[in-house]
Design a protein around this ligand. Structure first.
Ligand SMILES: NC(=O)c1ccc[n+]([C@@H]2O[C@H](COP(=O)([O-])OP(=O)(O)OC[C@H]3O[C@@H](n4cnc5c(N)ncnc54)[C@H](O)[C@@H]3O)[C@@H](O)[C@H]2O)c1
Length: 328
């Protein structure tokens, strides 16, 4: 993976209190950058969890936190003096994007992105690096998917992530604003969102609760460790084509049933599994062809699934040992 020399350049990270944004901001500071972090504490999961994600960052003199909403903030003012923008703020989650929930997805994911790009265009930002998603491919007929595979999302969430990616490309081609879209494939590791499968599985095993699997558990995912996603974001500051998009997949495509087997081995505890019908919007399989990211960003995932699962399980074990968390 390519890295950059330490500098006093300033990065803006949107969604900094979230799972991936908090890891990215910590890494940027460790590499010598100043970071302005933005978050609106959207109530998809508790603010207390996000405050914990921010705890280490708040101790750094190179970190400034701004609590604001991209849908309404004065973004031109916010971007003054900013060299790089990492845009991770979004309403995440596939299942809640149906029905009345959709308006919120459009606001956070599409309008928020458009307002940010509009401001970046005016303020001389060097690059905007956008957190796109494998959900834009939907149920691809051919696996692994390449960047030129058809983008046919099967969830409203995926539609909003694709729309925002199109906006990034448009601001590059029509306005000359350099953007890069990184298409993350299911990300896991410490701080993973509480609605995500591994978090739910590990928590349930550790607290002797049943685990609900939607479908027969034979659906497979290309799981990507958060540290590998962070490294690719740093590489995308100086490498990769403006207006381009890159798949970021960990390279270990496994079924949900296999993950459960590994988690029982790691925790040395049995899982109580209940199978229910498949949920609308869930892709059957995801698998990334990462040749472009490997060639142009130097992307080379370093974490094995077993090591990544161990890290996430260790984090949750520690978290659950805190009295307040046992009640959550
Ligand atoms: N986690 C994954 O597996 C995954 C996979 C593909 C893509 N992504 C993308 O990566 C990004 C980060 O995902 P995550 O899992 O860390 O999610 P997260 O929910 O933990 O973090 C997103 C953060 O953005 C904030 N936010 C949302 N709307 C905002 C707004 N209008 N203004 C300011 N802040 C706002 C939220 O409060 C939250 O803290 C998202 O864009 C997501 O779509 C994640």
């Amino acid at each position: 993976m390519y890295y950059n020399e330490p500098s006093q350049e300033t990065c803006l990270v949107t969604g900094v209190a979230g799972f991936i944004g908090s890891h990215l901001a910590e890494s940027l500071i460790a590499h010598g950058y100043r970071v302005i972090g933005v978050d609106a504490f959207v109530d998809f999961y508790p603010r207390a969890t996000k405050e914990t994600n921010l705890a280490q960052l708040r101790q750094s003199p190179n970190f400034q936190f701004v609590e604001t909403d991209l849908r309404s903030a004065n973004l031109v003012k916010l971007l003054k003096g900013v060299d790089y923008v990492f845009h991770l703020a979004a309403q995440a989650g596939v299942r809640t994007s149906w029905g009345d929930g959709f308006a919120s997805y459009v606001g956070h994911n599409v309008l928020g992105t458009q307002r940010l790009l509009e401001a970046a265009k005016q303020t001389g930002v060097q690059r905007v690096i956008y957190a796109s998603s494998s959900s834009i491919y939907g149920n691809a007929a051919t696996q692994p998917v390449r960047e030129d595979s058809p983008t046919v999302p099967i969830s409203p969430y995926g539609v909003t992530k694709l729309a925002a990616e199109h906006l990034c490309r448009l601001y590059t081609t029509e306005h000359g604003l350099p953007t890069i879209s990184l298409r993350y494939f299911t990300v896991y590791g410490p701080r993973q969102r509480p609605d995500m499968a591994f978090h739910k599985f590990i928590r349930a095993i550790l607290t002797d609760q049943p685990i609900t699997i939607y479908g027969d558990g034979e659906q497979s995912r290309d799981f990507t460790y958060v540290g590998d996603i962070v490294a690719a974001n740093l590489a995308a500051m100086h490498h990769g084509r403006a207006g381009g998009f890159y798949n970021l997949g960990g390279g270990t495509r496994v079924t949900v049933n296999e993950v459960l087997r590994l988690l029982q081995e790691i925790t040395e505890k049995p899982a109580q599994v209940v199978y229910q019908s498949r949920q609308l919007g869930d892709a059957a399989h995801t698998s990334a062809d990462t040749s472009a990211a490997r060639n142009e960003l130097g992307f080379a995932p370093r974490y094995s699934l077993m090591d990544g699962l161990r890290a996430e399980a260790a984090w949750l074990t520690e978290l659950l040992a805190e009295p307040a968390m046992q009640l959550a």
